[in-house]
Design a protein around this ligand. Sequence first.
Ligand SMILES: [Zn+2]
Ligand SMILES: [Zn+2]
Length: 95
Amino acid sequence: MEKIENGQAATIIEEQQKVCKRCKITFTPTSNNSSACRFHPSFFVCRRHDDQKRYYELGPDDPPYAAKFYDCCGAEEPEASGCTTSFHISYDNDA
Ligand SMILES: [Zn+2]
Ligand SMILES: [Zn+2]
């Protein structure tokens, strides 16, 4: 008959929660995968779109600098979910 030591078998491993340097979301290392982190690889800019990359149609009364968007994908909301996914980056990994 097997003897199970009480407490040993049911040890709950508390995962260390980390904060992603990029998206500021709390994550655990085991939940981190190549699609866990959604972000924009480029900056949110305030300028006119390149003519080749027209994501924003300016109205007739809009000044040309009215366009605000992510340079990477053209998302026009600062809160727009990322267009790229990758692993979360923890502050610990920086060293
Ligand atoms: Zn992240
Ligand atoms: Zn983007």
